[in-house]
Ligand binder design. Structure first.
Ligand code: ADP
Ligand code: MG
Length: 331
């Protein structure tokens, strides 16, 4: 059995900084082993290596996986992106992956928005099935695309504005309120490209420069001095956003409210994370940095679903077809 997992974990100095994705891949592997698979060959990409760069070797990931799930029937292939045929979806590489396997299980939700050899190509050579994580992600995120319990509150922040606007275009129209922070707020302020109103911050933590030790002050958004940047939502906005989140019955949050990596600009993200976590609404959090913020606060178990998907989750919520899902018959 060939299993495409999403083992694309963040690395820091050659070590795994966060093994959430490895853990999320375990239920499918466990099930296959319990059902008596002869051999499960797991493959994944890791980072964006240029050629066969040992800094992106899968070996530390394999070690961690083996520690969590010791079973000699597991085999972990080297980084699929070490082969140039991965991203070009080269049939020769897809066939090489398929070789010696009878079935293909796609469980890498975080990669199904890419038409690569290990996500789409292999399905030409092997019967393909969805794994448990892929199925769960599509089910949970899919709830946001259907009828939702109201009020439906959408919270959007972070820095990748274009990706996020796509989700807002698709989902924002049916939300009861759309709360916007982060760099998103700066982009939308004064020039909202969306066909509906959004709730922008009334106050911000302003910084004299984009630096951790910059001079800061809390100001109304309208009074942001020339050349200063709003690097977090202010205390009034935190309260307003938390109050709206408290009333919600459905929540989707993607994108931090400020530069949360620097503690002085993390309070907005913390306030939103705490409000989402303490709500008993159906709550979904997507995006790698949002997930990290939530996990660092120890609140990752307090939301209904924390997506491992990053870009794939956003594309799915934008309403786009995911090539790696479309390639699975009956999916
Ligand atoms: P996600 O990974 O959750 O989808 P993004 O990658 O879009 O979110 O954005 C996360 C990044 O946005 C963080 O590194 C954070 O520092 C940055 N960010 C948040 N608010 C601001 C801001 N006001 N100005 C600049 N960068 C910001
Ligand atoms: Mg990010």
């Amino acid at each position: 059995m060939l299993v495409r997992s999403d083992l694309n974990v963040p690395l820091e100095g050659g070590r795994i900084a966060d093994d959430t994705r490895i853990r999320a891949s375990l239920p499918t592997l466990r099930l296959l082993l319990e059902r008596g698979v002869e051999e499960a060959t797991v493959c994944s990409h890791l980072g964006r290596p240029k050629g066969q760069d040992p800094a992106f070797s899968m070996r530390p990931v394999e070690e961690q996986l083996r520690e969590l799930l010791p079973d000699e029937r597991l085999r972990v292939l080297e980084n699929t992106r070490f082969n140039p045929g991965e991203t070009t979806n080269d049939p020769a590489f897809a066939q090489e992956l398929a070789d010696l396997n009878d079935l293909f299980v796609q469980d890498a939700f975080g990669s199904v928005h890419r038409a690569h050899a290990s996500t789409v190509g292999v399905t030409r050579f092997l019967p393909a099935y969805a794994g448990l994580l892929l199925e769960k992600e599509l089910t949970e995120l899919g709830k946001l695309l259907g009828d939702v319990e109201r009020p439906f509150v959408l919270i959007s922040g972070g820095a990748k504005v274009e990706d996020k606007l796509g989700v807002l275009r698709n989902l924002g129209g049916k939300a009861d309120s759309v709360l916007v922070g982060g760099k998103m707020a700066e982009e939308i302020r004064g020039n909202n490209p969306l066909p509906f109103d959004v709730v922008l911050p009334t106050d911000v933590v302003a910084a004299s420069a984009f630096a951790e030790d910059a001079e800061t002050k809390v100001t109304p958004y309208d009074a942001l001095p020339d050349g200063w940047l709003g690097l977090d939502i202010g205390p009034q906005t935190r309260e307003d956003f938390a109050a709206r989140i408290d009333e919600a019955r459905t929540i989707f949050w993607n994108g931090p409210m400020g530069v949360f990596e620097w503690p002085r600009f993390a309070e907005g993200t913390t306030a939103v994370a705490e409000a989402v976590a303490s709500s008993d609404a159906y709550s979904v959090v997507g995006g790698a940095d949002s997930a990290r913020a939530l996990t660092e606060l120890g609140l990752d178990d307090d939301v209904s679903w924390l997506s491992t998907g990053g870009g794939a989750a956003l594309e799915f919520l934008e309403g786009k077809e995911l090539p790696g899902v479309a390639a699975i018959p009956d999916s």
